[in-house]
Design a protein around this ligand. Structure first.
Ligand code: PGA
Length: 270
């Protein structure tokens, strides 16, 4: 965990960015199983460090049950969703709108996860529309970007990721960008057990922050949070959180196990 109010050589005090550890449950768990996991998390997380914000992203069908449970037992976990429609309302069978999520107390919405881009045809343009929709409803997007193995092997990671970030942030207001989250998730690291090396993740997260500084300004880029995602485990989490430009983690597999997810959160408090 970085000390508060570090200084840098150019602008004086750098804003302290609170770590955000987010559990992406993907298409797992019925609402009853989701409640069991939240109970386990409440037990394992114990007394919490204010410097680490913890979010969970259940399936749509579990959101209501989890919301009621978190509120009823005053559990300090922030509710998130995994996807949303860019449409406001209307004849869009099977879609879920931002206002439906906001009414459930959802605060973070994952947008443009690589599984949605790859398996469900989500383009940069759709990702940008969803970011606008999420922000218009008063929620915070977690915008996922990442390189494929092929991009990685031909040395195109920075170009691909900066291209995705630039497209995602089209016409987004500077203050909204300052408050949002970008998750760098190399596709080759997701669900594989082979994470990026923490130093390599840092380099890409710093590139993302640099790109945002170029598109907006230094203040916006220093306030924006950049997560790393892809095979984050209790064993490697601390090494990611020690990187100056990595402001937390988007966790898939390990977030489905209360003890393992709690151990990742604890790594952010050290
Ligand atoms: P993983 O998934 O932690 O299982 O690699 C990360 C993600 O897809 O967000």
């Amino acid at each position: 965990m970085r000390p508060a109010g570090e200084t840098d050589s150019t602008d004086g005090v750098v804003p302290t960015r609170r770590l955000l550890v987010s559990g992406n449950w993907k298409m797992h768990l019925t609402h009853l199983q989701a409640i069991t996991l939240v109970q386990g998390l409440a037990m394992h997380l114990g007394a919490r460090d204010e410097r680490v914000e913890v979010g969970i992203h259940p399936a749509f069908t579990s959101l209501r049950a989890v919301q009621v449970f978190l509120e009823g037992d005053d559990i300090p976990l922030v509710l998130g969703a995994q996807n949303v429609s860019s449409e406001h309302e209307g004849a869009f069978t099977g879609e879920v709108s931002t206002s439906m999520l906001a009414a459930l107390g959802v605060r973070y919405v994952i947008v443009g996860h690589s599984e949605r881009r790859r398996l469900f045809g989500e383009t940069d343009e759709i990702v940008n529309e969803k970011i606008h929709a999420v922000q218009a409803a008063g929620m915070t997007p977690i915008c996922c970007v990442g390189d494929s193995l092929e991009d990685h092997e031909r040395g195109a990671t920075d170009d691909v990721v900066v291209g995705q970030v630039t497209a995602a942030l089209q016409e987004v207001a500077a203050d909204a960008v300052a408050g949002m989250v970008i998750a760098y998730e190399p596709l080759w690291a997701i669900g594989t057990g082979h994470s990026a090396a923490p130093g390599d993740a840092e380099a890409v997260c710093a590139t993302i922050r640099g790109a945002v500084a170029g598109l907006f300004d230094e203040r916006v880029s220093q306030s924006l949070r950049v997560q790393y995602g892809g095979s984050v485990e209790p064993e490697n989490a601390a090494a990611f959180f020690a990187q100056p430009d990595v402001d937390g983690a988007l966790v898939g597999g390990a977030s489905l196990d209360a003890a393992r997810f709690a151990a990742i959160v604890a790594a952010g408090s050290k």
